[in-house]
Design a protein around this ligand. Structure first.
Ligand code: NAD
Ligand code: USQ
Length: 382
């Protein structure tokens, strides 16, 4: 299959590109490398050292004998996007290339506007180029479980049957997103749904939970193939952050009560899910929605899991309940459906003590790269 991985320099995108390449697909990465600039803006860096894209690709070629094409450019630039579609003629387009941090989108007006313009315009450009050049191409779009928020009823996969005044219909599930970032994903979903209906585009919206873990078979082959992993208070996410905090002797930063429950998955399952979507494309005109996660946990539960594994390793990790920088429910009902990817054959890697231990060990190895100044949350919702 000819497949584009947009956002292929990022945490999910880089291992996905290698995974598809290893499986013999013809892969191209599209990225403007802006994620590396955001690190500089925030005074942080990946825990693991990451090589330049040039080095990543030449090492991969040497290791595997396979080449990955790289298009350097911004999805907000329509001429660039059209060129990519003309030149590569993809059968599938995996779209990870967005600003993905909720706290980053809440820093101030400029960051909120940037996030929504970057994400919504980039996605619209992809839709228009697809319609014009490769109308049969399958769009595999990374959305988020955070589109749904935390309603007091079960969350369904994209759609819900509603009865109202004696009539019934299957309608998009109500959205109550957590941040301006999560809102950008809702806007994307609406734009894609409309493009499917109006132009017959085929699309799968993967409402992904929080991704944890780091290593995949391909990224551990050579230090220059290592993936990035974030620890800072803006881009770092719950479980990965707790493991790194335990390793460097920082309190585990639970926001508020910690009863916030979210959907989670191992990064190896991100790759599996995207592969399952790609191998089983949506029909022409179909806007398909999968909830992409394997387990749900409260934030406090995760901190306690990390604390227990750290203890077995001889590390005393303290759990601190920080004042919550976000506006979110700290105790709530949460039950989300996630059967569609399992039906396609997903074999989940459930959260294990070994994975937590491995992350703590990796973080210990690279602890000199962790600046403690950027660990506490800096952006607030209020
Ligand atoms: P990331 O920030 O590590 O990677 C995103 C990549 O996209 C970066 O390399 C960046 O340079 C690139 N990019 C951003 N805007 C671009 C643009 N306009 N043009 C070209 N390239 C651009 O993010 P990630 O953690 O790999 O997440 C990938 C996707 O998955 C995102 O869309 C995110 O919303 C979604 N997602 C991530 C998680 C998670 O826990 N990491 C969970 C659910 C959903
Ligand atoms: N949290 C803490 N302590 C921390 C970090 C986070 O208590 O140190 C809490 C947050 O308050 C929140 C929950 O953990 O309640 C999740 O926060 P997060 O930073 O781990 O994840 P989130 O902001 O939701 O965003 C991440 C990705 C985003 C993706 C989303 C999936 O950055 O791209 O869309 O996970 S989901 O959560 O399903 O919306």
């Amino acid at each position: 299959m000819k497949i584009i991985i947009a956002g292929g320099d990022g945490f999910c995108g880089w291992p996905t590109a290698l995974y598809f390449s290893q499986k013999g697909h013809e892969v191209a990465i599209v990225d403007n490398l802006i994620r590396r600039e955001w690190d500089k803006e925030l005074g942080t860096q990946s825990l693991t050292p990451i090589a330049s894209m040039e080095d990543r690709l030449s090492v991969w070629q040497a290791q595997s004998g396979k080449s990955i094409k790289f298009y350097l450019g911004d999805l907000q630039d329509y001429d660039f996007v059209e060129h990519v579609f003309q030149d590569f003629e993809p059968e599938a387009f995996v779209h990870y290339a967005e600003q993905r941090s909720a706290p980053y989108s809440m820093i101030d007006r400029e960051h909120a506007v940037f996030t929504q313009v970057n994400n919504v315009v980039g996605n619209l450009n992809v839709l228009f180029a697809m319609k014009k050049i490769t109308p049969d191409c399958h769009l595999i779009k990374l959305g988020t479980m955070g589109e749904y928020g935390t309603p007091n009823i079960d969350i369904e996969e994209g759609y819900i049957r509603i009865e109202h005044n004696g009539r019934e219909d299957v309608l998009p599930y109500p959205k109550q997103p957590f941040s301006f970032y999560h809102l950008s994903k809702v806007h994307d979903s609406h734009n894609i749904m409309f493009a499917c209906k109006a132009w017959g585009i085929r699309a799968t919206d993967l409402n992904q939970g929080v991704v944890y873990g780091l290593w995949t078979d391909e990224t551990k082959l050579d230090e220059r193939l290592y993936n990035r992993i974030d620890f800072d208070g803006v881009f770092g996410t719950a479980l990965n952050r707790f493991c790194i905090q335990a390793a460097v002797g920082h309190d585990l930063t639970v926001y508020g009560k910690g009863g916030q429950t979210r959907a989670f998955l191992d990064i190896r399952d991100t790759l599996q899910c995207v592969e399952l979507a790609a191998l089983n494309p949506a029909d022409a005109g179909e806007f398909r929605v999968f909830n992409q996660f394997t387990e749900q946990f409260s934030v406090l539960e995760l901190a306690q899991r990390v604390q227990a594994v750290a203890k077995q390793m001889g590390i005393e990790a303290n759990i601190a309940h920080l004042q919550n920088p976000r506006v979110e429910k700290e105790e709530h009902y949460y039950h989300a459906a996630h059967t569609k990817l399992l039906d396609l054959g997903l074999k989940p890697h459930l959260l294990s003590d070994e994975l937590i231990q491995g992350l703590i060990e990796t973080a210990s190895r690279y602890q000199d790269r962790v600046s403690r100044d950027v660990i506490r949350p800096s952006a607030t919702w209020r």
